[in-house]
Design a protein around this ligand. Structure first.
Ligand SMILES: NC(=O)c1ccc[n+]([C@@H]2O[C@H](COP(=O)([O-])OP(=O)(O)OC[C@H]3O[C@@H](n4cnc5c(N)ncnc54)[C@H](O)[C@@H]3O)[C@@H](O)[C@H]2O)c1
Length: 370
């Protein structure tokens, strides 16, 4: 898959008042936490109109109406897709709903952006891709971290050949104590897993993008649950998670082998006995290496080992800005047929990595990835 670095110039947009062109009519499936961040970004876009929302919880719909003035509200997305004239949907539900909601939306002839992870497993991802292809519509995965300036710096350096052949990636998405205390993040049957699928996915998507998206062929890993399902003796910065329904792992560690011989190690936790949270990746190639944080390149130059860091780096790295950029990329793709930075195929490749680690943990041995 040829994935290019991205420009964020199109963020400079005319004001809503002046906009006269075709607007993208959008709806939400899932109006919870992250849908608010999407709405915040979309309401700044003059070429987008959010006209409907769907959620199984009436209070979420009420909030959507009060906060954002969206009046077409549904508890069943099938009814919404039938009754409302739409161009695109944003799927912001728990992971287990991503595939059915996206597939139905594609079948209804709509463009889709779905939140990360793309789905519960690679089979669902493939079905989503097939449905979007059949409809001739876009399918985008909500991977905002590939727009982060650190990621873009390293991706450009990789595309320039500064690292040479990549041999090893070390990925960390580690929380010492940070079990989500909202939504259904502790329920394996609704989410597909814990920290590996929920936050490991972010580091994996960045790392896989920077290393040039090689094909994963095998995985080895393990998962452990030893704190999140326990009661009050476990301290956490986000207290009062539902330990009774907690069926996901606390810690997952995996190693992925790629077709080109490269290896990726990924460590991810919601809760763990470590000094502090870590959010980073390190890459080692034959000509150079790098870290994501701080954004640094390590090479040999002029007879010395040198560390190269940007003298200045864009500040477009806060959460809301990254969402604006990712949604702008999606809206442009829908309205102007420009390329998606994170199409369904990128989501599928990442899902194969996640799935490989979980399957290997269950099997107790290395597993193949097709
Ligand atoms: N890109 C990111 O950085 C990021 C950050 C947070 C969450 N997310 C992803 O967004 C998704 C939602 O997370 P959240 O934090 O907003 O969770 P949330 O629980 O706050 O919101 C999910 C909403 O979906 C609704 N819902 C559940 N089943 C539904 C159905 N069948 N039809 C319609 N609505 C349904 C729930 O009632 C809830 O309001 C998850 O997949 C999560 O991984 C992504």
């Amino acid at each position: 898959m040829a994935e290019k670095t991205v420009s964020t110039d199109s963020l400079a947009i005319e004001s809503k008042k002046e906009y006269r062109g075709k607007k993208l009519r959008m709806a939400f499936i899932g109006c919870g936490g992250i849908a608010q961040t999407h709405m915040q970004a979309l309401r700044e876009m003059p070429d987008v109109e959010v006209v409907a929302g769907c959620d199984i919880l009436p209070e979420r719909l009420e909030n959507f109406q009060t906060k954002w003035g969206v009046t077409e509200l549904y508890e069943d997305w099938r009814k919404m897709l039938k009754n409302v004239e739409l161009d695109a949907v944003s799927v912001c539900t728990p992971n287990g709903v991503h595939a059915p909601a996206s597939i139905d939306s594609s079948k209804a002839g709509l463009h889709v952006i779905t939140e990360k992870p793309m789905a519960m497993n690679p089979r669902e991802c493939q079905q989503m891709i097939d449905a979007a292809k059949k409809a001739g519509k876009k399918l985008c995965v909500g991977f905002q971290f590939r727009y982060h300036p650190n990621t873009q710096f390293l991706k450009k350096a990789a595309d320039e050949g500064q690292f040479g052949k990549v041999m090893f990636m070390k990925c960390h998405a580690l929380r010492r104590r940070g079990i989500p205390n909202w939504g259904v993040f502790g329920r394996k049957e609704l989410q597909g897993g814990g920290p590996m699928i929920d936050i490991g996915v972010h580091i994996i998507e960045m790392a896989h993008y920077v290393m040039g998206s090689p094909r994963p062929v095998a995985a080895s890993g393990n998962t452990w649950t030893f704190l999140g399902n326990k009661k009050s003796e476990v301290v956490s910065m986000w207290p009062n998670w539902d330990h009774k329904t907690y069926t996901v792992e606390d810690l997952a560690i995996g190693q992925i082998r790629f077709e080109n011989g490269a290896l990726m190690q990924i460590e991810s936790s919601f809760c763990n006995h470590i000094e502090k949270d870590v959010w980073n990746f390190q890459m080692v190639g034959e000509k150079g290496g790098c870290t994501w944080d701080p954004p640094s390149i390590y090479r040999d130059q002029a007879g010395y080992m040198v560390n190269i860091q940007p003298g200045w780096i864009s500040q477009e790295s806060n959460f809301n800005t990254l969402f604006s950029i990712k949604l702008r990329n999606f809206v442009d793709a829908c309205l102007k047929d420009t390329p998606l930075t994170a199409p369904g195929e990128a989501g599928l490749a990442v899902q194969k990595i996640l799935d490989g680690v979980y399957r290997s943990a269950e099997a107790g041995k290395e597993v193949k990835i097709d």
